[in-house]
Design a protein. Structure first.
Lengths: 178, 302
């Protein structure tokens, strides 16, 4: 194993170090049926994303999640200024554009040095998932809690002081002194 | 530049006394207003529209800082029923605010805002506090005598006190993960743990641009204000909100002057009072009593 400080491993970002391969790529329509998202596998179990079902939910409007990258019509006029004619891109997976190292010095410096870059405030991979998934789930009124999508691992329970690591019951009110 | 001005000012008031301090008043106020923090200081932009109150940041802080186990699990959202403050066991806490007219509550994470010109630092008489060029306001607990003046000075009520320690109670607060992360160019643990990037880490000056751009792109969503851009002289941690800031627990009456500027005039007179006054009044006393003494001596000669 390469040298990674212990505290790095133990923090949540470590969960983000790799984005999963497509586990079961069975081409039904144009996309995969199911995508295993295991980037949070440190504190959470992988998410099995039912791609086919979400295609149905969105009426196969790929742009809902994939923006302009599939060359489909997009609604946002601001995006249209550049991407109306930009066509399909080579890479369409989330991780190709949304960095898993969003706040690493190298990434921040790269943005800093590039005066021509428009997408300076592009969220990282983890936030791209959570903002897209959760905002939609909220709109649709479907399950939206953390463990509705991914159950916690033992390391996750330890991190949150939950499950086997939950503090003993106490009568103390929430909050505490200053 | 700031120290130069302050030194000049100190010298001036020492030599010129009270009159000089009055003349220098306006000049000095300008100097503090233009400081604006270290140019490459890092910061965090907290976007309340993204926070869902999951408390991951609290759990991450607990782990990173080696804080004591919490009274309740970090996934127990019932703690949000009461407004909480930072404490010796929790350097950051999330609170929930119901917004009149909005069907969703907003959540606000609080921690040390890491002021450009920190009031805690100014108030500390043992100089335990340091504002680092990276933007963090850190403190040396081995120097802290536990006087709690900084708790009174902080406009955000952040520094907490280790009341549980009998022998050596000291101040406890968020240090921007300076020792383990910030000084190596890495974001604090809370930022990395946030699933929705409600916390954006970057250079403070870039974050102000980012904040303004978000407001510009979504004028209907955001209040047209970045809290902390100018409050009390600017802070490294800043906030965007979709509700008026006073409805999400912010003090909107703090003004844009660093707390330092309210006490600087007084503090600079203190050395003058301590050095010039004793000599001056001792001189008056000697002059006034000189003749009495001479008379006494003359009498005794007779």
């Amino acid at each position: 194993m390469e040298h990674i400080p212990k505290y790095l491993l133990s923090t949540v970002i470590a969960m983000l170090l790799c984005f999963s391969s497509y586990s079961t790529i069975a081409i039904a329509s144009d996309g995969p049926d199911e995508v295993e998202i295991d980037s949070l596998a440190q504190l959470y179990e992988p998410v099995y994303f039912d791609h086919a079902m979400h295609e149905e939910v969105t009426d196969s409007d790929c742009a809902v999640c994939h923006h302009h990258t599939l060359g489909t019509q997009i609604d946002d006029e601001n995006c249209m200024r550049c991407h109306a004619e930009s066509g399909e891109t080579d890479e369409i997976s989330c991780q190709e554009c949304h960095s898993s190292n969003r706040f690493k010095a190298e990434y921040l410096n790269k943005i800093d040095a590039d005066n021509t870059l428009y997408h300076r405030d592009k969220v990282g991979l983890k936030a791209a998932y959570h903002i897209r998934c959760m905002n939609c789930h909220e709109e649709m009124g479907v399950a939206n809690g953390c463990q509705d999508c991914h159950s916690r691992t033992d390391a996750g329970n330890k991190f949150f002081h939950a499950g086997n690591y939950a503090p003993p019951e106490s009568d103390k009110p929430a909050g505490g002194g200053h | 530049m700031k120290t130069m001005n302050r030194r000049k000012f100190l010298k001036g008031s020492l030599l010129g006394g009270a009159a000089a301090s009055v003349i220098n008043k306006s000049k000095n106020a300008d100097a503090s207003a233009s400081f604006g923090g270290y140019p490459d200081a890092m910061g965090v932009l907290v976007d309340l529209t993204r926070c869902v109150g999951c408390r991951s940041c609290e759990a991450a802080c607990n782990k990173e800082q080696g804080l004591p186990a919490p009274a309740q699990s970090f996934d127990d959202l019932s703690v949000l029923d009461h407004e909480r403050r930072t404490s010796e066991g929790a350097y950051t806490v999330v609170n929930r605010y119901e917004i009149p007219g909005q069907d969703h509550p907003l959540f606000r994470k609080i921690q040390c805002n890491h002021c450009n010109e920190p009031a805690c630092l100014t108030s500390c008489f043992v100089n335990a506090y340091t504002k680092t060029p990276e933007g963090a306001v850190i403190y040396d607990p081995t120097v802290c005598v536990g006087c709690r003046t900084c708790m009174v000075a902080c406009p955000f009520y952040i520094p907490a006190y280790s009341y549980s320690s009998v022998l050596n109670p000291v101040i406890k607060k968020c240090i921007f993960c300076y020792d383990t992360r910030l000084k190596f160019g890495r974001p604090p643990a809370c930022v990395e743990s946030c699933p929705r990037e409600a916390l954006t880490f970057g250079k403070r000056k870039d974050l102000i641009k980012t904040g303004n751009q978000r407001i510009k792109n979504h004028p209907d969503l955001y209040e047209d204000h970045i809290y902390g851009e100018n409050e009390v002289g600017g802070t490294s941690w800043m906030y965007l909100s979709s509700a008026p800031f006073d409805q999400v627990g912010f003090d909107t009456d703090l003004g844009t002057q660093p707390i330092l500027s309210y006490v600087k005039e007084f503090l600079t007179v203190v050395p003058m009072v301590l050095t010039i006054w004793p000599a001056l009044f001792a001189g008056f006393h000697l002059l006034a009593t000189r003749k009495d003494k001479q008379k006494k001596e003359e009498k005794s000669e007779i």
